[in-house]
Design a protein around this ligand. Structure first.
Ligand SMILES: C[S@@+](CC[C@H](N)C(=O)[O-])C[C@H]1O[C@@H](n2cnc3c(N)ncnc32)[C@H](O)[C@@H]1O
Length: 204
């Protein structure tokens, strides 16, 4: 991985995403998680402080080697044990139907072949378990969506593969989840990346 990808990008990402407003949304998103939770795109562990006490263990999946270093303090203060189990959401080294829940925040935009990763999350969840998500993605405003599609090819190579134009809810439903809760709307912030999908999807 390049110096930029390994050292600069994770720090810039953390700086952008470590905001009180976003932490509130993270807290809402994580509500109800319990037991063993697989988190795809663990990053620098910004979700650790908002996990409910019922979460027993986080099984973290992320290719980024800098994230766990940036997370050191949060890991040290977290009552939740974190196991770094894998590097790619498209191939999660966990048994089928072994997880009580899954968490993904601001990650689905960066995973190439998102369908494969969501199929993996679906596989490792127990029947009835839920995926909690908070993601930015494709807007429901056709004009903004056009801009998201136009800008993505230029922006993505500098942003770790992040895309503005991923239809998050559609992808989750396609993987076989039932969308139980979904709040998809434009929030405050830079327009192209502020159409947020927040919700809970259940594996039937
Ligand atoms: C924008 S960051 C978000 C980090 C964290 N989830 C958060 O909310 O702060 C996107 C994360 O997705 C991770 N990622 C990229 N490709 C991935 C993949 N194939 N599988 C799992 N995680 C991936 C990146 O390394 C990065 O940590």
């Amino acid at each position: 991985m390049s110096f930029y990808g390994e050292h600069v990008l994770p720090r810039v990402t953390e700086w952008i995403l470590d905001r009180p407003k976003i932490e509130e949304l993270r807290r809402e998103t994580a509500r109800g998680l319990h037991g063993d939770v697989v988190e795809i795109g663990f990053g620098s562990g910004l979700n650790l402080p908002v996990l409910p006490p019922e979460v027993r263990r986080v099984h973290a999946v992320d290719p980024d080697r800098t994230g766990p270093r940036l997370a050191a303090e949060r890991l040290a203060h977290s009552p939740v044990r974190v196991d770094f189990v894998g590097l790619d959401g498209r191939q999660i080294p966990l048994d089928a139907a072994s997880m009580d829940g899954a968490l993904s925040t601001f990650t689905m935009c960066s995973i190439p072949e998102l369908d494969r990763a969501l199929a993996e999350v679906h596989r490792v969840l127990k029947p009835g378990a839920r995926l909690h998500f908070l993601e930015h993605g494709l807007s429901d405003d056709p004009e903004l969506a056009r801009w998201q599609r136009r800008v993505t090819p230029f922006y993505s190579p500098f942003a770790g593969g992040c895309r503005f134009d991923v239809p998050i809810a559609e992808a989750i439903a396609r993987a076989g989840f039932e969308l139980e809760e979904l709040d998809a709307r434009q929030r405050r912030g830079p327009k192209l990346g502020a159409f947020l999908y927040q919700g809970i999807a259940r594996k039937p």
